[in-house]
Design a protein around this ligand. Structure first.
Ligand code: AMP
Length: 178
C-alpha cells in the first residue's frame, strides 16, 4: 500500500530524474498512517534506557514524517533546516549536491549531550543530506541511534554509506534508478 501511494513524476525537476512524490502518500489517510506506523515500529517497545528522546527531521518532507513519528514515540522534535531559517545560535554544515553545494543547520542547543536521536527523512538517494545531518547532530552532542526513510534509492548507495558508518538504517520501499 505504501509503495502504490507514492507517485512518480518523470523528468522532474530535470531530465532523467524520477521524482518520488510523497504528497499522494500524505494525502491518503491509510498510507500515511501505515508509513508512520512502520517507521515507529522498531523503537516503540524500547525499554526506558533505549528510548528515542528526540526525532530529527530534515526540511521539509522530513518534518511531516518526523513530527508524526516523534509524537508517536513520545519524543521531542529537532528541525534540521536549510541555512538562514533558524533564529538562535546554530551549527552549520555544507554538503555536495549534484551541481554545487547546499548548507543545513540546527540549533546548537537542540539536544542535550548524549540524547538518543532518530534521524528521519522521506527519501535517501546518495546520502549526502543525511550524512550532513548526522554530522550536525553529532557535533551538538547527540547520540544518533538510527536513521529511517520511507523511500530508498539503493542504486545511489546512500543507505549503504550510512550503514558503512555503523548507523542502522531502516527504509520502507525501494525504487531502482534515480
Ligand atoms: P541525497 O542527499 O542524495 O540522499 O538526497 C536526498 C534528499 O533529496 C531528500 O531530502 C529527498 O527528499 C531529495 N531527493 C533526492 N532524490 C529524489 C527523488 N528521486 N525524488 C524525490 N526526492 C528526492
Amino acid at each position: 500500500m505504501i509503495e502504490h501511494s507514492i507517485r512518480t513524476i518523470p523528468d522532474y525537476p530535470k531530465p532523467g530524474i524520477q521524482f518520488r512524490d510523497i504528497t499522494t502518500l500524505l494525502g491518503d489517510p491509510l498510507a500515511y498512517a501505515a508509513a508512520v506506523d512502520a517507521l515507529v515500529a522498531p523503537y516503540a517497545a524500547a525499554p526506558a534506557s533505549a528510548r528515542i528522546v528526540k526525532v530529527a527531521g530534515i526540511e521539509a518532507r522530513g518534518f511531516i514524517l518526523g513530527g508524526a513519528v516523534a509524537h508517536r514515540l513520545g519524543a521531542g522534535f529537532v528541525p534540521v533546516r536549510k541555512k538562514g531559517k533558524l533564529p538562535h545560535e546554530t551549527v552549520r554544515v555544507a554538503y555536495a549536491l549534484e551541481y554545487g553545494t547546499d548548507e543545513i543547520e540546527v540549533h546548537r542547543d537542540a539536544v542535550a549531550p548524549g540524547e538518543r536521536v532518530l534521524l528521519v527523512d522521506d527519501l535517501i538517494a546518495t546520502g549526502g543530506t543525511a550524512l550532513a545531518a548526522l554530522e550536525l547532530l553529532r557535533a551538538i552532542g547527540a547520540e544518533v541511534v538510527a536513521a529511517a526513510f520511507v523511500i530508498d534509492l539503493p542504486d545511489l548507495g546512500g543507505a549503504a554509506r550510512l550503514r558503512g558508518l555503523g548507523l542502522p538504517v531502516q527504509t520502507l520501499v525501494a525504487f531502482p534508478g534515480h
